[in-house]
Design a protein around this ligand. Structure first.
Ligand SMILES: Nc1ncnc2c1ncn2[C@@H]1O[C@H](COP(=O)(O)OP(=O)(O)OP(=O)(O)O)[C@@H](O)[C@H]1O
Ligand SMILES: [Mg+2]
Length: 350
């Protein structure tokens, strides 16, 4: 007997810290089109993983994402969340259990910020008190003061603030899965950077399974556990961790996406403590970097101060060694070798 939508969704929804999503040869052909917008797309997202889709306009990112909450019905293939076939569930019920931030913020203009965030809890029949408490909690989570913002309308907020409300609204019912379609797309670089930092902090504490679409490769590197670089028809050119993609782009297509400065981008992912440090006595100036800062931060400090060596301090503030440009360069090389070794090991196991 087929499982009821209710039971399946209750079980999925109970996994608020992330669910496993499996797409198996999923295709979409829009009515009246010959070529598929998405062709045989297969991917596994593990619970709590943040996966970035990067690819050019029109390559099928939004279409792929919208098939996961069935705003768009796949033409073929299968999609499961925690082993449940979502194509057998009621689509509107399903959508209430998947947080979704759409490409154009999409707040309801005639509703206050609080009402916007409360949309899904209301549909789920939460009490007034529970809903109000949740709205307050979420506004604080995205760093908007409830007293100031709850009763405003979207047009009375800046673009970046509206984006945060969009994220809060998607989080409202504590869904195990979040789909985010260029959630920070409409913001200036400074606001975007702030939103990214907030988002990283948030994901550390909530650990949802998130699919996140972006045009911005740097955003993908900064936020993603793994990145899928997509080309036309959502073909996966490479699917790996940011460090592995930067160290070993699979082909010219991926290389063109990374753009200039792959080495610098990689430095930002390597913590200072992985470098072989020089003697603490070499750090004669008073410039200091922490072991859990990145090598990119260390390099910036060396360049800005013009110091030949900077001191490295551990969490307790004790000077434990020094870093020079040469040592940073060596660490970068060692990291690439280590990555290559891991990959050939994986190859042997496979
Ligand atoms: N409703 C539709 N009917 C027909 N074709 C569509 C429809 N929606 C999208 N497409 C086409 O499908 C392809 C993929 O579109 P999609 O919106 O998934 O791209 P995208 O990667 O999200 O692009 P962008 O980065 O610009 O948002 C495009 O060629 C688009 O023109
Ligand atoms: Mg899109």
């Amino acid at each position: 007997m087929p499982e009821s939508t209710d039971t399946a969704l209750t079980q999925i929804a109970s996994r608020t810290d992330g669910a496993r999503i499996v797409l198996d040869r999923v295709s979409k052909v829009y009515p009246g089109q010959d070529a598929p917008a998405v062709e045989e797309f297969s991917m596994v997202a593990e619970p709590g993983e943040l996966i970035m889709f990067v690819g050019p306009s029109g390559c099928g990112k939004t279409t792929t994402m919208k098939m996961i909450n069935r705003i768009i019905e796949p033409s073929s293939g299968s999609i499961t969340i925690d082993g449940r076939d979502i194509l057998s569930l009621d689509p509107s019920e399903l959508r209430r259990h998947i947080g979704y931030v759409i490409q154009q913020i999409g707040l309801f203009p005639h509703m206050t910020i609080a009402e916007n965030i409360a949309v899904v809890p209301k549909l789920l029949g939460w009490t007034k008190q529970r809903t109000a408490d949740r709205v307050d909690e979420l506004l604080q989570t995205v760093q908007l003061d409830p007293g100031t913002f709850a009763h405003r309308y979207p047009r009375q907020l800046s673009g970046g603030q509206q984006q945060r409300v969009g994220v809060a609204r998607a989080l409202a019912a504590d869904p195990p899965v979040m789909l985010m379609d260029e959630p920070f797309g409409a913001t200036d670089p400074i606001t975007r950077e702030k939103l990214q930092a907030e988002f990283l902090r948030l994901q550390e504490s909530i650990g949802k399974t998130i699919i996140f679409v972006t045009h911005d490769f740097d955003e993908a590197i900064r936020l993603g556990d793994r990145i899928a670089v997509l080309s036309e028809r959502s073909q996966i050119e490479q699917f790996d961790t940011p460090a592995a993609i930067l160290a070993e782009p699979a082909n010219d297509y991926v290389r063109s996406f990374i753009g200039q400065g792959a080495a610098l981008k990689r430095l930002a992912l390597i913590p200072v403590e992985t470098a072989v440090l020089g003697a603490a006595s070499a750090a004669v100036d008073h410039h200091r970097i922490a072991t859990d800062d990145s090598l990119r931060d260390a390099l910036d400090l060396l360049i800005v101060t013009g110091a030949p060596a900077i001191g490295v301090v551990d969490r307790s503030g004790t000077l434990v060694g020094s870093l020079t440009v040469e040592r940073i360069s060596t660490a970068l090389g060692a990291d690439a070798t280590a990555l290559a070794a891991t990959r050939s090991d994986e190859g042997r196991l496979a």
